[in-house]
Design a protein around this ligand. Structure first.
Ligand SMILES: *Cc1c(COP(=O)(O)O)cnc(C)c1O
Length: 416
């Protein structure tokens, strides 16, 4: 074991997931059906009660959960339902994965980047508010670098905000919702990392207008690929449900007649093909039942890392909190105290068989957005600073203690 490579991530799946897939394969129904429906109901029950048992949440929860084939599709559907279109802007953190911003472009709108707060990986509510204020005044999103002129970057009516619960650490949703209400913009939580992050006000992903979860292979629970949209507003949920599957409305017939005709439907929009097949939903139902146990395992790994790196001047512990789903362990490096660069340290870890990653390369430094919005790396200094000194260490639930200890020992050795 001691010489085997330690991957950055490894899904925790077992016999139960295998049996669930076999059950669906043998049933004759592979696409979206009863399993996806059950997964949605159980997921809603979980967000209401902390348990997937549906009985406890009956009568049926007003929380609508819609299974989709990725969080990216879910974010796209959420923005579409909020009416985002050409000429609009949507505010997103610069410190996130490309999904959060690309969905804005799908709709012909423009993402506006907001820096993270000093000492935090989360979007800065103060920066958020000042950017909203500029946009509402019809000014360009970003202030001038030299203080002269009115600034640069996109203009356009802000229609929505997408806070990201980085690593599963919930954003200050009370502050963000307060700002959103003042400016009358919708809030969509990118909760791709944040299942289950339970705050005093409820689960992350159920604290705004719409929340979107990811079941990508490396995420806290997985279906290989997949996602879930959580939304309380019935009209938004209906729109997302229709657009998720070709823009087909099946309720029309029932409106005019008591009879149900299984063959009849009307296409009301050119919708998308974003549904989750039953094969994947069956895996998701098993994973949902494991959610707390998997979190416990990630918490234990994080505690071992914390104990090893605390008080060591070379490292800065990742910010965390009681509601943290612990999707990532993004250890900070105090570069001033180290002889090697962050990139060299990563290279040396990889040479010794330890998989690590970096969350995130800020979006404003990516060629597409840099060119499109005329951005420079220093325009969002907190995102840049955090990116330059962070290494995400492996934190997957199946890690053995010896593996966690080897990561610690190797990292300490290469930074000696
Ligand atoms: C993984 C991720 C997504 C996208 O999830 P998919 O299910 O792969 O589409 C969105 N936002 C963030 C912050 C992510 O890390």
């Amino acid at each position: 074991m001691d010489t085997e490579d330690i991957p950055f991530a490894r899904p925790f799946v077992g016999r139960e997931e295998e049996e669930a897939v076999l059950r669906v394969l043998r049933s004759g129904w592979l696409t979206t059906g009863q399993e996806a429906l059950a997964f949605e109901k159980e997921f809603a029950a979980f967000l209401e009660t902390g348990s997937p048992e549906i009985g406890a949440a009956e009568p049926l929860s007003p929380l609508n959960c819609l299974a989709v084939n990725s969080a990216t599709s879910g974010l796209h559907l959420a923005l579409e339902a909020c009416g985002v279109g050409p000429g609009d802007t949507v505010l997103v953190p610069s410190y996130t994965f490309t999904s959060t911003a690309e969905v804005v472009r799908y709709l012909g709108a423009e993402p506006v980047f907001v820096d993270i707060a000093p000492g935090s990986p989360l979007m800065d509510p103060l920066a958020l508010e000042s950017t909203l204020e500029r946009l509402f005044q019809g000014r360009p999103a970003y202030p001038a670098r030299n203080g002269k002129g009115d600034g640069f970057g996109p203009r356009g009516k802000p229609r929505a905000l997408i806070p990201v619960h980085y690593g599963g650490l919930p954003c200050d949703m009370k502050a963000i919702m307060g700002i959103a209400q003042r400016y009358q913009v919708k809030v969509i939580e990118d909760a791709a990392h944040a299942f289950p992050s339970r705050t005093d006000a409820g689960f992350a992903g159920d604290l705004a207008d719409i929340g979107v979860f990811s079941f990508y292979a490396t995420k806290t629970i997985t279906t290989g690929e997949g996602g879930m949209v959580a939304v309380r507003d019935k009209a938004l949920a209906d729109r997302i449900g229709i657009m998720r599957l070709h823009g087909i409305d099946r309720t029309v017939w029932n409106r005019y007649t008591e009879q149900k005709a299984s063959w009849y439907y009307e296409v009301v929009e050119p919708g998308f093909k974003y549904n989750m097949p039953d094969i994947l939903a069956a895996i998701g139902r098993v994973q949902l039942g494991r959610a707390w146990a998997l979190l416990e395992k990630r918490r234990n790994i994080a505690a071992t890392y914390d104990a090893a790196f605390a008080g060591d001047g070379r490292f800065a512990l990742p910010p965390s909190g009681t509601a943290d789903a612990r999707h990532l362990y993004p250890l900070g490096l105090n570069l001033e105290t180290l002889a090697l660069s962050r990139d060299t340290i990563i290279e040396k870890l990889q040479e010794r068989g330890i998989g690590v990653s970096v969350h995130f390369i800020p979006l404003h430094t990516m060629p597409y957005y840099r060119k499109r919005q005329d951005l420079m790396p220093g325009d969002f200094p907190e995102s840049l600073k955090r990116f330059q000194r962070v290494i995400s260490l492996p934190i997957w639930p199946g890690m053995e203690t010896a593996q966690v200890e080897r990561v610690i020992a190797v990292l300490k050795a290469v930074t000696e």
